[in-house]
Structure formats: structure tokens, C-alpha cells
Write a new protein. Structure first.
Length: 80
């Protein structure tokens, strides 16, 4: 099991999501922008990945961080 799939990391991310959603989405975005191919090729169901990415877009639209939205949309297009 890699660290990226470890229960410890997932628990920490869940806690961060509850405590500070903005920091959570920025951490996820930084990971996504560093490893976009892994996000596209991840074996998770396509619909789940797109739903998660759409949630990120909604968050960054509210924050008016449109460059991040554009990057995420490009990842969605690659998944579809």
C-alpha cells in the first residue's frame, strides 16, 4: 500500500476537510497539479472522479480562482 492510499493520510484529509475546506481544496489541487496523469489514470470510477473535480471547481469559482478551475476542467476533459 502506498502512502497516497494509506488510511492515515485519508483520515488526515477527512479531518482537514471538516476543519478548513479551503485549505483542503488547495492541498488537493496542489497534489492534482503536481500529478495530473495519476488523477486521470486512477482506477476509481470515472463518475466519482468527475464528481470530486466538479466540487473543486465549485469551490474555486466561489473563491474566484478561475485559473485553477480551468486546470481542473482540463483534467475532467481528459477523464471523459
Amino acid at each position: 500500500m502506498t502512502y497516497l492510499n494509506s488510511d492515515k493520510l485519508l483520515n488526515q484529509l477527512e479531518a482537514l476537510k471538516r476543519e478548513d475546506i479551503d485549505i483542503f481544496y488547495n492541498v488537493v489541487f496542489n497534489s492534482l497539479s503536481s500529478y495530473p496523469d495519476e488523477a486521470v489514470e486512477d482506477p476509481s470510477p470515472r463518475e466519482s472522479k468527475i464528481q470530486a473535480l466538479d466540487s473543486m471547481i465549485e469551490h474555486f469559482v466561489e473563491k474566484e480562482e478561475f485559473e485553477k478551475c480551468s486546470f481542473i476542467k482540463d483534467i475532467i476533459d481528459r477523464i471523459e
